[in-house]
Design a binder for this molecule. Sequence first.
Ligand code: HPA
Ligand code: ZN
Length: 337
Amino acid sequence: MTKQDLVAFAHKLPKAELHLHIEGSLEPEMMFALARRNNVDLPFKTLEEVRNAYAFSNLQDFLDIYYQGMSVLQTEEDFFDLTMAYLNRVRADNVRHAEIFFDPQGHTERGVPFDTAISGILTALQMARAQFGMTAKLIMCFLRHLPEEDAFTTLRQAEPWLDRIEAVGLDSSEVGHPPSKFERVFAAARESGLKLVAHAGEEGPPEYVREALDLLKIDRLDHGNRSLEDEALTARLREEQMTLTVCPLSNLKLCVVDDMTAHPLKRMLDLGLKATVNSDDPAYFGGYVMDNFAAVIAALNLDAEDIRTLARNSFEGAFLSGGEKRAQLAAIDAVLP
Ligand code: HPA
Ligand code: ZN
């Protein structure tokens, strides 16, 4: 198959997106529109100035811009519009299910109530389900550069919403903020019946991935790239069939890889790791799920079975019921290359 045929095949396959920060789907056009609607001053005057600012040399460069961008999100309607725009966009990529991160502390820190953010997001998730049958789950992330005590405050704010939150996650500046810092609040979240995920091994060392497994007891690993530096850890991830939510364009933009041809996705699949393809922060990193598939297909030696495996992995690693997974997997198996 040509690379073009592989991209067409990837497009046809039903897919789940498991690593998407909803605040990272804020496109510059919407950023300007919401800034105007809410009278927020932005340091950019034109779309071109925004695009020029999106040149990052590491995770922190990006995070500084990302937190600044989310300042335009103020009302429930803003969160609804943001979420609806993402869901409509990835519907065109044949994403049938999305497990969406949000960063409540990025909003409560600025005086936007927890309930405002989550209400707007949840209304959009319900509407997408009713209007076009896309399913979605919500993952509440703790910002790891803040103290664990603040994460506990966030968990308390989430109490009235626990039946509508699937999992907790851990994101923001990785190096210097190891998973061990959040062991107690993850245990409390587990007690509350929530699933657990964490970013680890994006910039941080393999030891952070071990901590996420052993101390946080995660159900799924976000990124995980640097696990490959440690053979025993790699073997363990394979044996445990731990899902890795890999984000190729993010890795390129944040200089986790120097070049897409050096991306470890194909190596992960060949090692038997349960890798998936995701967009992370599509408005900042150059595209949505299908843009990520197109980028890895262009740069790596992936074949049609690799592409099918990536789509299957996205549902096997999702927090869906057995029946829901079986239906999606059967639909994937019915698509011919
Ligand atoms: N890494 C860590 N924190 C984040 C990211 C990421 O890629 N995106 C949004 N918050
Ligand atoms: Zn992420």
